[in-house]
Design a protein around this ligand. Sequence first.
Ligand code: FAD
Length: 553
Amino acid sequence: MSMKLVIIGGVAGGATAAARARRVSEDARIILFERGEFISFANCGLPYYVGGSIPERGRLLVTTAAAFQSRYRIDIRTFSEVLSIDRARKTVTVRNHASKETYTETYDKLILSPGASPIMPPVPGIDHAKVFTLRTIPDADRIKACIDRERPSSAVVVGGGFIGLEMVENLIERGIKTTLLEKLPQVLPPFDAEMAAIVQSALRDKGVELLLGQGLSALSEQDNRLRVATDSGGEIVCDMLILSVGIRPENALAKTAGLELCPAGHIQVDASLRTSDPDIFAVGDAVCTHDLVLGIPTATALAGPANKQARIAADNALGRAEVFRGTVGTAVVKVFDLTAASTGANEKTLSEHKIPYLASCTHSGSHASYYPGAEPMAIKLLFAPDTGKLLGAQIVGGAGVDKRIDVLATAIKAGMRAADLEELELAYAPPYSSAKDPVNVAGYVANNIVKGDMQIVTWREIDNLPEGHVLIDLREQKELDMAGFIKGALHIPLNSLRDRLSELDRDKTYVVYCAVGLRGYIAYRILVQHGYKAKNLSGGYTTYSLARGGPAR
Ligand code: FAD
């Protein structure tokens, strides 16, 4: 008898598992249940469909049930919601929402990929018709129809995570004045404050009204518009509201079937993606796996891990022995002309888990400065103080951010150190990079810190430097005039530093800074080799001023 594999959920994880299962076994009987109308649709493309850069709805359908069925000979049942799992009998109960019939289906092995649903915060008025969430094609249709039909002039997006920012951009693309309401003091929670600050300033430049540190407290109707009250007492009147305040794993089936769940409600799986029932596997947004940096259980709601897990779960359901080692949570988002990307841990999570770390910030051009069109990028590396082992990276900038984060994600997953980044041989020709790629440069700087060739201070420390610390601005006068400077700093341009050493005091510690940290490093080396105590401001004045929301004058 051939094996009967039942898959619940037909999008990222479910459809991938089904296709993989068929490639592994021509004999298996494979049934895929999907509650909605579509399988294998591009949820990641939905914001761009709303904004218009994906013009045709049909392009969101990576494949159709009919095409999938004929290529993979999989029994696809859409509009079919699995209501319960009877683990003892190895059956699922299914409700066909089209025919209204309910029936049971047996399984030998089951793969769950039910995903996660948008969180609806319990605030008054949340079910108002002009409040939208975005997960499915029908959700995108509703938002698009509202924009096309009612021509809203203003919108509020609640939540400044990846989907929230994508929606902000796409609403602005549609000519809608948009306010972003975010409860945290910054957008993009996976990023540290100074990196998120770059994104925030880009959002403001594009006309987005940013209300940080303010949550949604109530919604009500006012003259056919939506009145949005914030928990800081503010009020905004708008024509539509998009809620993107996070997601909750769809765990109802697993929970009622008695499968073990993680504390936050995700389905517990082992490295082979098996749940607490050996015949049931689970993948995607609904599961918690292993954080490769922090060494703790984690839930990663991203399409990449869902796809990879699905392939492994399908293999294992069919008797193979593949392992999902875990995730470093690599993510990237476009915010207008900027790209923001992160991988591994950030300062918040490392501190929370009491993992010692050091951080370095560098600023590089996307390619050689003499070839036209280079765009700046800020790279932040987090690494172990003793070994330099890489723990996390964040990059915000223009062209080339995506390829650098992929290199760093690979390095982190491979357990590499800052010193290893120095040695990476990365593709170079002037239109693409520099002979020292931004990743190499980030490695040089981080490894200088690990080796003790440079001591740094971070932008956070500047305003509270201990007694005996003196700031020196190493830039040229015109740079200070254009970009501002840090109050109280001595001004000694790098090229005159050697001539002016006699003005300095060996009992003091000189905190040097330039635009991005390179001249600061040179000055640091001059000072310490002449017997002075010094530290370099990591990321220079650029990081300092960006973190503080603009030039300090
Ligand atoms: P899903 O893809 O959500 O699929 C779950 C399916 O299961 C759903 O269709 C649901 O209807 C079905 N289902 C649930 N319960 C049942 C049941 N009982 N019976 C039958 N069917 C059921 N990730 C990225 O990496 N990059 C991005 O740029 C990105 N952008 C995104 C943009 C948006 C707007 C959204 C919503 C998500 C985005 N994601 C992105 C996240 C990514 O889409 C998810 O991580 C991924 O789809 C998770 O796959 P999954 O199979 O776990 O869940």
